[in-house]
Design a protein around this ligand. Sequence first.
Ligand code: ZN
Length: 85
Amino acid sequence: MVVRMRHTRGHTRNRRSHHALEAVALATCSNCGAQHRPHHMCLNCGFYKGRVVIDLLAKKQAREARMEVKRAAIRGEEVAPAEAK
Ligand SMILES: [Zn+2]
């Protein structure tokens, strides 16, 4: 694209007057009091509108169990899959 005409400083500054970043609006979780995006599930406890949407605690525990199996495998130990679950 070819620049056909130089913009004045005023023109450039007027355009850039809308480029400032705005602070993100946050809501407070009614369950745990953490800050979360409005109309979104709380990422700290998994609550939305007063009920559990995603059981984050169970997810965290399941993830920890998976990671433990991986760590054991790296160490060269065998862990039974039933125990890992
Ligand atoms: Zn919460």
